[in-house]
Design a protein around this ligand. Structure first.
Ligand SMILES: Cc1cc2nc3c(=O)[nH]c(=O)nc-3n(C[C@H](O)[C@H](O)[C@H](O)COP(=O)(O)OP(=O)(O)OC[C@H]3O[C@@H](n4cnc5c(N)ncnc54)[C@H](O)[C@@H]3O)c2cc1C
Length: 392
């Protein structure tokens, strides 16, 4: 049996950033992850960092590559009825912006920082379990390289994503779940093609939603609204490009540059919140506690905000014995989460066609988009939510 102050389950952005923030405060932690290091680094997911996430990466010393390679975007485009409209987010929010930097790059930087700290990070851990959560000494057990481990902890942080083991370890009846499944999904691709627009293009077309995005100066990321049970095998590359051209091209002659597709997949769309974000000495952070549809680009950023607050709360407890910030962790996190849920739901419903919609709904959507791109108040509302509120 070994001992640590915080046992962290999961080495995604939440678990790795939490481990790093605790390290900077001199707090011990053990991180256990059930996948390989390569899998965790290569998993292609988010790519939009809010201003607060960028500032955090810089402040805690893991922002060198982000500053060199990240692509700051001051605005986004909203396209409908063949026209693109730019929303100047930096102008509307006093200079705040988003930065395009792949989640896999964030994870790579955080793994490098963890390895440099010399603190434990176990990949390929099997049979990870948490025990005695309601006691003062919860335990983390797992198998690693054929050996069984037991770690006694002061706290456990459940950073193991939506399908992890921490949230299901909380006794039935303690959590209240709020959930919504959307009647569509996103078919996403990565392509070796330089971005044909300097900023993201969100588009509503008669055939459904499409998003032009990017990961670097050479790689574009594009998404199409599709059915939740869409068979990716029915989408050869040429069909994907044809559909993207149809939904994205605008009358000014703009269309995405095409290139070799290197990855494709279908992502379901779900909103999910578990309340409260703790049980006994187990604290949930990131996707373990909440999921947003990707339209608002909030998932990774919510995970960063959770662990920023959790690290401060653990710090306060270990430094002064005060439990106040830990007791307020869930309440404050849920306020930010619900704000992001509302924004993500609004972006999703404004920009997608649902199967049960009729002509009225379509006209209402176009009216909403016309209002959005013609009203400074409406654009400011989108901008301040998209770039994100400061960490608090
Ligand atoms: C296609 C796609 C596009 C997205 N786009 C965006 C975007 O543009 N912007 C944005 O902000 N968000 C986006 N998101 C959401 C974002 O990727 C997630 O919100 C983010 O990964 C959450 O980080 P996390 O650390 O909480 O969870 P995860 O990244 O899921 O990490 C959890 C970790 O725990 C590990 N784990 C699971 N079970 C166990 C176990 N039993 N034992 C040990 N370890 C375990 C997992 O392997 C994983 O490494 C997107 C998601 C997807 C799928």
């Amino acid at each position: 049996m070994t001992r640590t102050q915080v046992g962290i389950v999961g080495a995604g952005p939440a678990g790795l950033m939490l481990g790093h923030l605790l390290h900077l405060r001199g707090i011990d932690s053990v991180i256990v992850e059930d996948r390989t290091k390569e899998h965790v680094i290569e998993r292609v997911r988010a790519g939009v960092l809010e201003q607060g996430s960028v500032d955090l990466m810089n402040e805690v010393g893991v922002g060198d590559r982000l500053r060199a390679e990240g692509m700051r975007h001051d605005g986004i485009f909203i396209a409908f009825e063949g026209q693109r409209h730019r929303i100047d987010m930096a102008h509307l929010t006093g200079g705040r912006a988003i930065t395009i930097y792949g989640q896999n790059e964030v994870v790579k930087d955080l793994i490098a920082a963890r390895e440099a700290s010399g603190r434990p990070l176990h990949f390929e851990a099997a049979d990870v379990r948490v025990h005695d959560l309601a006691s003062d000494q919860p335990r983390l057990t797992f198998q690693h390289a054929g050996t069984g481990y037991e770690v006694r902890c002061d706290f456990i942080a459940g950073c193991d994503g939506f399908h992890g083991i921490c949230r299901p370890s909380i006794p039935a009846g303690h959590l209240r779940i709020y959930e919504r499944e959307y009647p569509f999904a996103w078919l996403g691709i990565l392509a070796n093609a330089p971005p044909s627009s300097p900023e993201l293009v969100y588009s509503l077309h008669d055939r459904g939603f499409a998003l032009f995005s990017m990961r670097s100066h050479d790689v574009t990321r594009l998404y199409l609204q599709c059915d939740p049970d869409e068979d990716i095998a029915a989408w050869p590359d040429e069909r994907i490009w044809k559909e993207l051209r149809t939904r994205l091209a605008t009358r000014d002659g703009w269309a995405p540059v095409e290139g070799e597709i290197t990855q494709k997949g279908v992502t379901p769309m779900r909103s999910f919140v578990a309340e409260p974000m703790h049980y006994g000495r187990l604290y949930l952070a990131g996707d373990a506690a909440h999921i947003v549809p990707p339209t608002g680009a909030k998932g990774l950023n919510l995970a960063m905000a959770d662990v920023w607050r959790l690290a401060r709360a653990f710090g306060e407890f270990f430094e002064t014995g005060q439990r106040g910030p830990l007791d307020g962790y869930s309440r404050q996190g849920l306020r930010r989460t619900w704000r992001a849920q509302r924004f993500s739901w609004w972006m999703t419903s404004m920009l997608h066609h649902a199967a049960d919609e009729n002509a009225f709904d379509h006209k209402r959507q176009i009216a909403e988009l016309e209002y959005l791109v013609s009203s400074e108040a409406a654009m400011t509302s989108l901008a301040e939510n998209y770039v994100g509120v400061p960490l608090a």
